[in-house]
Design a protein around this ligand. Structure first.
Ligand SMILES: NC(=O)c1ccc[n+]([C@@H]2O[C@H](COP(=O)([O-])OP(=O)(O)OC[C@H]3O[C@@H](n4cnc5c(N)ncnc54)[C@H](O)[C@@H]3O)[C@@H](O)[C@H]2O)c1
Ligand SMILES: [Zn+2]
Length: 375
């Protein structure tokens, strides 16, 4: 699977993909090196003018906010900045309310727009505020973490957490456009970078054998963000997510669920360790290892392919085991997930690298045996 022919990537080489949504217009995803310089022009060409309200966090803002503001100014767009503390604990209704008050104080109007500058936390919160303030304001995503570039900024899901669970309040709301500047990844902590590679590699595992081969043959060059290779690899991973969410915007056709590869056990591992030990992508890497082992035991995947996956994850500095975590804790977190999803656990498995499928007949005993192997 690649970028579909109707995507105008040949017209504008910075367009990695275009997300098409039933309820809003097309959302182009611009990806490149130093793309922030063209932000003002991108706003103008996408019909955004007026005032920009920039939402960021205290780790990203100091590095990148002034660059963004300068780029906006060059297009005659004034901007204001609101900064939240970094981390998942900021993705709350309280912070959404703080943003609403700030926007109201600044006399934000419908014709103005919100800019999310940061990782998935900022993107989800800013998107939720944009979806709801004044019954909807346009917004732009500028993802600065690799995980947000290849995953969270694409697809129009916005959300805040409640004390009882993550992402429990939210809306589907597409940004006007997404602009990812690979250069901003230079300030991203190394562990966050590896965590992002897990999601990028996941896209290749479920849908793109050639991309997996590139990840495998160019490990050091990709990890060190060698240009133009790294940008192209990130673009291809983005195009996969964009294509999946375009074809299954609201999770109805069964395609979007393939993006959950590695997430059944990954989520359970995050819960079992109280979100303290594993970054999301790290938990997903362990989860993908478990899913590949299950695929093998179900007679779907060759041992050699499962080994290639595991080696690749390790090469991108991701864990493939979770020593010391209790099998019971993981199993009970998984059965709680099962209850909330309405009964059966649908596993996303591989029958080869680059091709995923779903199965809801994975025996519990097999799942437990695989968890025992990995802990
Ligand atoms: N909307 C969706 O479809 C979707 C999909 C996946 C995940 N998410 C959400 O995304 C969030 C996770 O996103 P994330 O992994 O980007 O986490 P994050 O936003 O917490 O970012 C990770 C850390 O990196 C820092 N950071 C980000 N970019 C940086 C940069 N360029 N330089 C220096 N520091 C930088 C952040 O301040 C933070 O401390 C979760 O809340 C998750 O629920 C949403
Ligand atoms: Zn994920």
């Amino acid at each position: 699977m690649g970028v579909s022919p109707e995507n105008p990537t040949s017209v504008d080489p910075e367009i990695a993909a275009v997300v098409h949504s039933a309820s809003s217009g097309p959302c182009p995803i611009y990806v490149g090196w130093d793309t922030l310089n063209s932000l003002g022009q991108r706003c103008s060409s996408n019909g955004l003018k007026g005032v920009a309200y920039l939402l960021t966090d205290d780790a990203v803002g100091p590095f990148h906010a002034s660059h963004v503001r300068t780029a906006l100014e060059e297009a005659g767009i004034p901007s204001h900045v609101f900064t939240i503390p970094r981390g998942e604990s900021s993705k709350t209704l309280d912070n959404a309310a703080r943003c609403y008050r700030w926007l109201a104080e600044q006399h934000a109007e419908r014709g103005h727009f919100i800019v999310a500058l940061g990782g998935g936390v900022v993107g989800d919160l800013a998107g939720f505020v944009a979806a709801t303030f004044n019954r909807g304001m346009p917004f732009v995503q500028i993802p600065t973490s690799l995980a947000a570039m290849v995953d969270a900024s694409i697809g129009g899901k916005t959300a805040v957490d409640l004390p009882t669970g993550k992402n429990l309040v939210g809306a589907f709301y597409q940004p006007r456009f997404v602009l990812a500047d690979i250069h901003t990844l230079y300030t991203l902590p190394k562990r966050e970078m590896a965590s992002g590679w897990a999601e990028a590699i996941k896209h290749s595992l479920i849908l793109d054998t050639d991309l997996f081969d590139t990840f495998e043959s160019q490990i050091e060059a990709i990890k060190s963000l060698e240009q133009p290779l790294a940008t192209n690899v990130i673009k291809r991973s983005i195009a996969i997510k964009a294509q999946v969410v375009t074809q299954d915007e609201k999770e109805t056709s069964g395609l979007r669920i393939l993006l959950n590869y590695g997430h059944t056990l990954g989520h359970a591992l995050e819960t079992a360790t109280s979100y303290k030990e594993y970054l999301h992508g790290e938990a997903v890497a362990v989860g993908m290892t478990a899913a590949a082992r299950i695929s093998q035991e179900m007679g779907l995947l060759d041992t050699e392919e499962a080994t290639r996956q595991e080696k690749l994850l390790q090469a991108y500095e991701l864990p493939t085991r979770c020593p010391g975590v209790g099998v019971d804790e993981i199993s009970s977190a998984m059965s709680r997930d099962k209850k909330t999803s309405g009964g059966s656990l649908r596993w996303v498995l591989l029958d080869r690298i680059g091709h995923a499928l779903t199965r809801d007949d994975v025996p519990q005993a097999l799942v437990e045996a695989v968890i025992r192997e990995l802990t």
